[in-house]
Design a protein around this ligand. Structure first.
Ligand code: GLC
Length: 722
């Protein structure tokens, strides 16, 4: 930051009272700023022990309010703030703002970082016009447990792919200049390791080794920081027995010292106060002291800082310099956003009217939704023939508009295209029959009977089933991850008709699908596909777009198998051995393998792999090996294949995963077309965290795999010589 700007901020801090400084470290919802109604002052404000002037001193707003209201709040705030410090508006813009894109777990199945970046850019354009400055995204938590409802916000179980998507989101939001009014500052979250919550129960204990944390969970946050994310949010969980929000090692040692992050650290909602519940602070005063020492700059929606920090300074318990450091980072953020020059930066009611839900963004949402869908099974019933006669859509999602998913910003279900609407747009009203058959969680025998009767009138059937979006979101863990209610029963009743049937699934997490997958001729995972969901599903069902989504999170054979993920360790007994045939790592009643593995997805065409070769069998640091493989579209229609390169380190000073994704290429091939695909294998690709947490490669034998997913493919050995 230019010297004179820095100097101006320093002068402001010098002129501030301690009370004003501490208030800058508080984030409150909008109602605290624009309503002097009795309700606020005597309600929440009283509950939080806040004084009336907090509405012109608290540093930031949590949530969006629309352009005009943001302008009004800012005007009112500036008219009262002694130093002319502007407010910063932060909100959850997670997968779109008003135009809603598929949930992040769906988007990640596109394996298309450019499209994801474009969706973040579109979201930034919409949200900034509505007066938002910062988004609490990307969520870079690695996830392995589908019982956890927040897997819907994540991009999967692989650290390399998560890192690519974290970078793509940051680039899309920030577009290299957070001062540009069309852009948002990105706040990567939840730092750190939130996805490892035990038993998939939200807010539960995380207890993993430092090596696991560094090797699997930290890379995506680090990638976001390297990409320039302006803020980071602390997670609700403990890390190594200390809450992340009060964790000096995590926030000072790793984040600031090792990674050189000098942006703003904000707590998650109430997480400063929750240090007490964790049992690492006796009271709010201690929670405030520990969070400040750890380096949390902004406290979200609780008031331990404003209640205790002044007294802690007066009592010599904390140095005012710690507060000055935090306030400086907050003011620097506001400066970088251009808010001192133009406190109304971005907020534009006319532009808001024009750009939210504009055709360009809807088109992008439709494209990204088709790319996010994963074809899990197809015995030939798909794609549907355009000349199909009557088509019945049966199930709770036949005409449901709650398809945006959790964290759907300013999106409205009413603006979403339902499956029925998409189908009618394609076939016309008279060729589409609808019957709900049952609700998501309820239903009667009569409903099911009537749905079967309706299905009898059709040439083909689409079963539209799934979870409610409120079942996979924050604080929405599920112990049983089957289809809720009587949906399986409905599906089986309809499938017994023996008609061409495809099942379309609307869900936010991998589900337990074993029974359904066995019985349905075709199975299409559409997740929560967003505003253009109905159109996108129809595009895929009729083959306008040949599905090419690949899973970024394993689908378990059953919930009892969890956690199940592809980049696991071999164990000492990976398979039967001689006469000790049954003494190996297994279950008596299910396979070790998931129902659908990481990287898996089908197409309406088929692909063959041949001539997998390495140009050399060994390399030294600084050299590289070229791996090449020939991929052929052996089917009768154009299709995209995601060619995946995995590597296994056969022996290390610590255990190494049986496979690790190292690179991929998504390519479109015409029927019969053959393409030679090459990957460079380099020594840095082979590095990992050793026992002492250093990151190095080790000489020895490796296996390179190339193929369509993490469970199949061709393999060749090579050596790293050191
Ligand atoms: C929530 C979530 C976090 C979100 C924040 C603000 O509790 O954990 O992801 O950004 O509060 O809404």
């Amino acid at each position: 930051m230019m010297q004179e700007k820095q100097q101006r901020l320093e002068n402001i801090i010098k002129a501030m009272t301690l009370k004003e400084k501490v208030a800058q470290m508080l984030q409150l919802s909008p109602s605290f700023f624009d309503s002097k109604s009795e309700g606020v002052i005597t309600g929440p404000m009283l509950d939080m022990g806040l004084e009336e002037d907090i509405d012109s001193n608290a540093g930031s707003v949590l949530g969006w309010v629309g352009a005009q209201r943001a302008i009004d709040i800012q005007t009112r705030y500036l008219s009262k703030n002694r130093h002319g410090i502007p407010l910063v508006f932060m909100a959850d813009v997670i997968h779109g703002f008003r135009t809603i894109f598929p949930i992040p777990l769906a988007m990640s199945c596109s394996w298309d970082t450019e499209l994801v970046e474009a969706s973040a850019q579109a979201a930034a354009r919409e949200a900034s016009a509505a007066g938002v400055h910062v988004t609490f995204s990307p969520m870079a938590d690695l996830v392995r447990d589908p019982r956890w409802g927040r897997v819907m916000e994540a991009t999967g179980e692989d650290p390399y792919l998560n890192s690519l998507f974290a970078r793509a989101f940051v680039r899309g939001y920030q577009n290299n200049d957070i001062g540009e009014p069309d852009n948002l500052a990105a706040c990567v979250k939840h730092f750190a390791g939130y996805g490892a919550s035990e038993a998939g129960r939200d807010y539960n204990t995380v207890d993993i080794s430092e090596r696991m944390l560094r090797e699997y969970y930290l890379p995506a946050y680090k990638a976001a920081v390297e990409e320039g994310a302006a803020l980071i949010m602390t997670s609700f969980n403990t890390i190594n027995s200390i809450p992340a929000t009060a964790n000096v090692w995590l926030l000072r040692e790793v984040l600031r010292k090792e990674w050189g992050f000098n942006g703003v650290v904000i707590s998650d909602w109430g997480a400063v106060n929750e240090v007490i519940n964790h049992g690492v602070a006796a009271d709010g005063r201690e929670a405030a002291e520990k969070s400040l020492r750890a380096g949390v700059d902004i406290e979200m929606m609780t008031s331990e800082y404003v209640t205790h920090l002044e007294k802690l300074v007066a009592g010599g318990k904390v140095e005012e310099a710690l507060i000055d450091e935090a306030v400086m980072r907050i003011l620097e953020l506001k400066e970088r956003l251009g808010l001192f020059e133009n406190p109304y930066r971005g907020a534009d009611p006319e532009k808001e009217e024009k750009i939210l839900l504009c055709d360009e963004h809807r088109k992008l949402a439709r494209t990204l939704a088709t790319r996010s869908m994963v074809l899990l099974k197809n015995d030939g019933v798909l794609p549907l023939a355009p000349e199909i006669g009557k088509l019945a859509i049966i199930g709770p999602y036949a005409d449901a508009n709650h398809i945006l998913g959790g964290w759907c910003g300013d999106g409205y279900d009413e603006e979403a295209v339902t499956l029925r609407q998409g189908m009618v747009a394609r076939l016309g009203e008279d060729r589409v029959i609808i019957a709900q058959g049952c609700g998501i969680t309820d239903g009667t025998d009569e409903d099911i009977r009537m749905a079967v009767e309706a299905a009898k009138k059709a040439e083909a059937i689409v079963l539209a089933l799934g979870e409610h979006p409120g079942m996979s979101a924050e604080a929405c863990s599920r112990a049983f991850i089957t289809l809720p209610g009587r949906q399986q029963e409905l599906a089986e009743a309809v499938l017994r008709l023996g008609k061409p049937t495809v099942t379309v699934l609307f869900n936010g997490r991998p589900l337990e699908l074993r029974d359904l997958a066995e019985k349905t001729p075709a199975l299409l995972e559409v997740w929560f596909p967003g505003t253009e969901g109905g159109n996108a599903i129809v595009d895929v069902l009729f083959g306008d777009y040949n599905p090419a989504g690949r899973l970024t999170m394993s689908f378990p054979y059953t919930v009892g198998q969890i956690p199940v993920y592809y980049n696991c360790f071999s164990t000492g007994r990976p398979e039967p051995r001689g006469n000790d045939a049954h003494f190996y790592s297994r279950y008596l009643d299910i396979p070790n393998t998931p129902l659908y593995p990481f990287g898996y997805g089908l197409s309406y065409t088929t692909f063959a792999y041949s001539d997998f070769a390495l140009n050399r069998g060994e390399m030294r640091p600084g050299e590289e090996i070229t791996a090449s493989v020939t991929v052929t579209n052996t089917g009768s229609r154009e299709g995209e294949e995601v060619v995946q390169l995995y590597i296994r380190d056969i022996s290390g000073s610590v255990v190494r995963p049986v496979r690790e994704l190292k690179a991929f290429q998504k390519l479109s091939l015409q029927p019969g077309e053959t393409r030679k695909v090459s990957f460079a294998i380099t020594e840095p690709m082979l590095r990992f965290h050793l026992w002492d947490q250093s990151v190095q490669s080790e000489a020895g034998r490796f296996i390179a795999y190339v193929g369509p997913n993490s469970a199949e493919g061709m393999e060749i050995d090579f050596m790293l010589i050191k």
